[in-house]
Design a protein around this ligand. Structure first.
Ligand SMILES: Nc1nc2c(ncn2[C@@H]2O[C@H](COP(=O)(O)OP(=O)(O)OP(=O)(O)O)[C@@H](O)[C@H]2O)c(=O)[nH]1
Ligand SMILES: [Mg+2]
Length: 653
């Protein structure tokens, strides 16, 4: 299955899932099974599946063929080259291709001058008016390609301006760009480009990140500490004729290999194999050359040879556009697509599906509890009514006063429930505080302050280290307080269950370990960045401020996710309690009402018992239907191929 087909299938699964979820939610509403927790879960599942994005980043030294490869894999259908790809430096700013239904097809460009301000890229995304917008006509490939040429635009600035923009560093002269005869320096005109088009793959949540060559990568910290580490897959490209050069290796080390991370989602492409094709060598000789380049590159990068995939992006594009199957096969492009589809994307989709399946199980349990309480209530009434068979008036009166007494006792026990609630709330507030935005802000403000100290240069790593260790402490504390809440909830739920015949069950607590891991991963990418050649740049306050801003936006995502999960968990506990209290109150009035009717001989006892029987029957059916509907959601169409790791597949190329 090609990358495109795999993605289509995933899209079909998502659409079907969304539809079924909507049906389930309507059905639940009709049967009065919705409570705050159930609704919240439904909503989360819906948005999880709807907004799932998969980002594939293309990273390499300039002119290795990143843009050409994107053209070949994704845009051959337009019958021409869409992303600008040419000799020398071409793509000047990071370019994200994606689809947002709320925005018309367009190219948005963020001017490079925004670098003079401290806001992180994430923050600029929130202010659309600061971006230059060019509308795109997706039915006109010529206009489309012409508009996209903008990502290659440059500006000429003085050395001072270049320095302020982060393209000139007196400390590392060897990395500085060339000064032309007029003393001017060429810098990118744009800082970032967002392309919004309704390409079928992008519509299904794929986001492609094309990046410029080395220099610009180094100059935009956000790319290194945020965009690339967060990509679900990274394609690193080498040229077959040169193999791994010194600068390729520098990029690989600085941006692509993170110690302690699993580097499975890294795919190395040995591009331009057509440059090795030559009429004077036999196919076997050419193949031997390619294999040699693969083996050497794999060895230098420390990867198994199977993870280095030889292709010709250019010939692949030409072959697709001209419908030349023989050339397409020779370009080896299908092999790369296969590895992307089944390896990288397959894994990612599997993760989403299993997360969704876990959510459905929780949803099923939540709704199941509502049914369970109703069933219990009916059983109780049944016992009561059966007990009344053949009994005289005074027994019935006695029964009634017993129910009323029970009801009275239940009402006075409100204090106990209140106590549980208030302890719960108190602990919860602590967790909210630990994970809240103000806490994070304070930490990062301290870091910014520390980095401003004169002579900090060598202490930068330490300052980061201290911030991360405080953040870690905070998360640990949130974890232990959450565990405390869980213990408290299980204990008091058990007690309430035995006292009032409730069937409360403390919902699963959020897995804080995952957030600790996220934090560690962020720390690693930052420390790595600080280690490599950037220490001198950090002496510039604007640079370090930007870096902290980028850090803040990434951390915020982690903290907000953690907070959201804590919230859901507690909402679910609280709404269970509410739901059971409500049902119990209803139960008292139903029982009294039943007795009243019997007392007034409005209904015969047997009739009433038959009614309850029918109710029970209906509940059993409801339960069965709930099973059926939730099962369907979990077992959406299975893919004919199980995803396999990228490495195992590339042999096929
Ligand atoms: N012979 C050959 N040339 C290729 C191949 N892939 C790309 N090229 C050429 O290499 C040049 C650079 O390709 P780009 O796609 O612009 O490279 P890039 O990595 O995007 O470069 P920057 O945008 O500058 O970072 C272009 O002239 C392409 O046509 C290939 O497989 N074979
Ligand atoms: Mg390019």
């Amino acid at each position: 299955m090609s990358f495109n087909e795999q993605f289509d299938q995933h899209g079909a699964w998502r659409r079907e899932f969304a539809l079924r979820l909507k049906l389930l939610s309507e059905w639940m509403k009709d049967h009065d099974l919705l409570n705050a927790a159930v609704e919240e879960r439904l909503q989360r599942l819906e948005s999880q599946v709807r907004s799932d994005k998969v980002m594939v980043a293309f990273v390499a030294e300039f002119s290795r063929g990143k843009s050409e490869l994107i053209n070949a894999i994704f845009f051959a259908g337009y019958g021409r080259r869409i992303m600008p790809a040419s000799a020398g430096r071409t793509t000047m700013c990071p370019t994200e291709l994606g689809y947002d239904a709320d925005v018309p097809p367009c190219l948005r460009l963020l001017p490079i001058e925004t670098r003079l301000k401290p806001q992180a890229l994430m923050e600029w995304r929130m202010v659309p008016e600061k971006w230059t917008r060019v509308d795109l006509d997706v039915n006109d490939p010529v206009q489309l390609a012409k508009a996209l040429e903008k990502v290659a635009e440059v500006r000429r600035v003085t050395k001072e301006e270049a320095r302020a923009l982060g393209f000139w560093h007196d400390e590392t002269p060897e990395d500085n760009p060339r000064i032309d005869a007029d003393g001017m320096i060429e810098v990118p005109k744009w800082r970032h480009a967002l392309i919004n088009i309704a390409h079928p793959l992008l519509k299904q949540g794929l986001v492609i990140l094309d990046t410029p060559g080395l220099n610009a990568i180094g100059a935009e910290p956000e790319l290194t500490v945020s965009l690339i580490p967060q990509a679900h897959a990274v394609v690193f490209i080498l040229a077959a004729d040169t193999g791994v050069t010194k600068s390729d290796l520098a990029i690989w080390r600085e941006h692509l290999i993170t110690e302690g991370d699993d580097n499975d989602a890294r795919l190395v492409v040995l591009n331009k194999i057509d440059t090795l094709w030559d009429a004077l060598s036999s196919p076997a000789q050419i193949q031997a050359q390619i294999d040699r380049q693969r083996a050497t590159s794999a060895e230098i990068l420390g990867l198994p040879m199977a993870q280095v995939i030889p292709v010709s992006a250019q010939k692949g594009l030409v072959a697709k556009v001209t419908g030349d199957d023989k050339l397409l096969k020779a370009s080896c492009l299908p092999g790369l697509e296969l590895a992307l589809a089944q390896g990288v994307m397959g894994q990612r989709q599997k993760i989403l599906r299993s997360a969704v399946a876990a959510g459905i199980v929780e949803l099923r349990a939540e709704a199941g509890r509502v049914i369970h309480i109703r069933r219990r209530d009916l059983a109780e009434q049944m016992i009561e009514l059966r007990g009344l068979r053949g009994k005289n008036d005074s027994v019935i009166k006695h029964m009634r006063s017993r129910i009323e007494q029970e009801h009275g006792e239940f009402n006075t026990s409100g204090a106990k429930i209140q106590a549980v609630r208030s302890i719960h709330l108190k602990l919860l507030r602590e967790v909210f505080h630990l994970l809240g935005t103000p806490t994070l802000k304070t930490e990062l403000a301290e870091l910014t302050e520390a980095l401003k100290q004169p002579g900090i240069k060598l202490g930068v790593k330490k300052a980061y280290g201290q911030t991360f260790s405080r953040l870690r402490e905070g998360l640990q504390k949130a974890r232990s307080t959450s565990a405390e809440i869980q213990t408290m909830l299980s204990g008091s739920f058990k007690q309430l269950n035995s006292e009032f015949g409730f069937s409360l069950q403390a919902p699963k607590e959020p897995q804080m370990d995952r957030f600790m891991e996220d934090l560690e991963q962020i720390e690693r990418s930052h420390l790595q960045y600080l280690g490599v050649a950037n220490i001198l740049k950090l002496a510039q306050p604007e640079f370090s401020e930007r870096l902290v801003r980028a850090l803040a936006t990434r951390l915020r995502v982690v903290y907000e996710t953690a907070l959201g999960e804590v919230e859901l968990w507690n909402k679910s506990a609280a709404s269970q309690l509410d739901a059971q209290l409500k049902e119990r109150r209803k139960n008292f009035s139903r029982r009294i009402e039943a007795i009243e009717r019997i007392q007034q001989a409005a209904t015969g006892l047997d009739e009433r018992i038959a009614e309850i029987d029918a109710h029970e029957q209906a509940l059993t059916e409801l339960d069965g239907k709930l099973d059926e509907l939730t099962d369907q959601l979990v077992s959406a169409p299975a893919s004919p191929h199980e995803p396999v790791p990228a490495a195992a597949l590339t042999q096929a190329a």
